[in-house]
Write a protein that binds this ligand. Structure first.
Ligand SMILES: [Mn+2]
Length: 398
């Protein structure tokens, strides 16, 4: 009787001990599957490691941080965030599904680790903390309110402290100072659109840190059109859409005049006056067809000469790529650049101070079964973050 009590007591002690030894990892269901965001590719020693096609999809399978929710205190250097807004579209709607589609198209970016061969950098292992913040909540019922939501969400992320310090100049070893107008070192935000209207609230946010900004804009369309070109506007709100947002951004003084440039332009016009209006909005232009005469090198030179060493915002409309390669977009135009050509041109921006960027007008419902457009969008952003990872947003003080 007595020995039975002792045995029972020992069992209880053992059970308590087990509870204390119970590691957090053991609580994951089916514990032979590793925590999806920290999987090791490929060939770790697990029986069944997490696969690139499994799990919940974030951009490039980066950690999901609820930056606008419970994880407000988590610092980062580059944040991906979705802006699922498409009620400023003139032709095909559907870019509200862009963020989800681009994430799906990005799954393989880290398959073998993510080393960018031509740029000789792995943005995912460069020491920068890169996260996926999910989407900014955006109402589909009220454009005015949605535009405020996008500006507010972006601004919150842009004004968070960075995870990494700015560091020192690679050549001189002198400390770098921020290139912002508020003197702070800001993280970079890569926004997944959404139709192109979102760039108006994004530039309002950028202005709060950098003042009037130089813009590199890849698009088949000007997007500086006056509302009258769209048949006039029945309301103030209708006057702000995915073809007029740069006109308004220019009117508001958000764009640095003369050092901004469009690339891949090939739209028809209401008339030559559209180009005069575009000039007045502060943009230089590179026509899509120039690739046949000056090539990618010539286009890169034009962009670099225009922007110089100023802080620059990069906005990429997926319709800059030819619909043969990226058909799933709001207003497709034939005669565009190949995915290869746009990627080459983006790599040519190496060394520029790209403070933030977006890719817009990806409307996955019009894509091929092979996910050509969303894959192109994701790969384009891979070039963008590779360029970002190589150039900190700082200069040596004069
Ligand atoms: Mn556009």
């Amino acid at each position: 009787m007595k020995s039975q009590t002792v045995t029972l007591f020992a069992l209880v002690i053992a059970a308590v001990g087990l509870a204390h030894d119970h590691h957090h990892e053991d609580q994951i269901p089916l514990n032979y599957v590793k925590y999806p965001y920290q999987a090791v590719y490929p060939g770790d020693d697990e029986v069944t490691a997490d696969s690139i096609f499994s799990g919940i999809t974030t951009f490039a399978k980066l950690p999901w941080v609820q930056c606008l929710g419970k994880d407000r205190d988590t610092a980062f250097d580059i944040a991906f965030v979705g802006a699922p807004f498409d009620t400023g579209t003139s032709y095909r709607p559907g870019a509200r599904f862009g963020p989800a589609g681009i994430r799906a198209g990005s799954r393989r970016l880290t398959l073998y680790g993510g080393y960018n061969v031509p740029l000789e950098v792995n943005p995912f292992l460069s020491g920068l903390k890169i996260v996926d913040c999910g989407d900014i909540p955006v109402t589909p019922y009220d454009n005015k309110y949605a535009i405020q939501q996008i500006e507010g969400g972006h601004k919150e992320l842009l004004h968070r402290p960075t995870f990494s310090p700015l560091g020192k100049d690679a050549l001189t070893g002198k400390p770098l100072v921020p290139i912002s107008v508020d003197g702070k070192n800001h993280p970079r935000v890569v926004t997944l659109g959404g139709d192109h209207t979102i760039v108006l609230p994004l530039l309002r946010s950028i202005h709060s840190a950098y003042g009037p900004i130089s813009v590199i804009h890849f698009d088949s369309h000007l997007d500086t059109w006056k509302p009258s070109v769209f048949g006039g506007a029945p309301s103030d709100q209708a006057a702000i859409n995915h073809g007029t947002y740069f006109y308004w951004a220019s009117q508001e003084g958000l764009i640095k005049n003369g050092s901004s440039i469009h690339g891949a332009i090939r739209t028809t016009l209401s008339g030559p006056a559209d180009y005069a209006n575009d000039d007045a909005s502060g943009f230089q232009r590179i026509e899509a067809r120039e690739i046949d005469t000056i090539g990618t090198d010539g286009i890169i030179s034009k962009i670099r000469e225009t922007v110089g060493d100023r802080p620059v915002y990069l906005s990429i409309d997926i319709d800059s790529i030819d619909p043969a390669f990226a058909p799933a977009t709001g207003t497709p135009e034939t005669g565009g650049w190949s995915t290869r050509e746009l990627r080459t041109i983006l790599r040519g921006l190496d060394g520029l101070f790209i403070v933030s960027a977006d890719i817009v007008e990806v409307a996955p419902a019009y894509d091929t079964n092979a996910e050509l457009t969303t894959m192109a969008a994701a790969d384009v952003l891979f070039e963008v973050i590779s360029v970002m990872a190589k150039t900190p947003l700082g200069k040596v003080a004069n």
